[in-house]
Design a protein around this ligand. Sequence first.
Ligand code: ADP
Ligand code: MG
Ligand code: MG
Length: 255
Amino acid sequence: NDFLKISGLCAQIDDNGTPKEILRGLDLDVPKGEIHAIMGPNGSGKSTLSYVLAGREDYEVTGGSAHFMGEDLLALEPEERAALGVFLAFQAPVELPGVNNANFLRTAVNAVRRARKEDELDAVGFLKAVRAETKHLHMSDEMLKRNVNVGFSGGEKKRNEVLQMRMLRPKFAILDETDSGLDIDALRIVAEGVNSLRGPDFSALIITHHQRLLDYIKPDRVHVMAKGRIIHSGGAEVALALEAQGYQQYLEAVA
Ligand code: ADP
Ligand code: MG
Ligand code: MG
């Protein structure tokens, strides 16, 4: 596998002056075209992993490596990672008062196009592209005129996230869906968005503790994460076993 390869990844955060180790030697391989899920108890470091992969600066990588399509991902700026085709959907989408949703999206799309040495979309070209997507998603264009995520319902935020993802056409999407309060409709929106992109040139890492999400997105592999490491990997049956028996069996096995 030379698509996404993470080896021995260690990362910490500054916890009021004391370094706190969160990722403790994490190994993970995601081959091209596959959808993988990570499930794990609260506090195991799932969100930290997605932030480190996206390049959020408050986390310090203290060991290990992450390569994406042969590039040292951890050495790249967040924008360079996005240009390579890495997309991170945030667990709690940021609200940006005063920032128009359409302008925000166009800026993001054009930043990626510039980095890929593609022509930027002008206002007309962008509108055409975005309307095709909102139509596909059964989204009202009215959402484009609002401020980013401000006053959006949970479902609308998810739809907006899927819109961002479809507009950016990532090669690899990381979706952190750990947040509680995701109702079944929101889960379906995310699942349909991911499934609509499924193909040989699209991979994703779905981080969730909702087994139900994996009823809609059939993962190629399921990884169990605990205490900053992947402690077990298997097929879709792992999600079912987790639902039936919980994490204890895997935690005991590595204890
Ligand atoms: P998960 O997404 O699996 O619930 P997180 O990555 O959010 O786990 O957090 C892993 C651990 O790191 C938790 O114990 C959490 O409290 C801690 N942590 C995360 N961010 C910070 C932070 N900014 N300061 C201190 N501790 C943090
Ligand atoms: Mg959490
Ligand atoms: Mg989390």
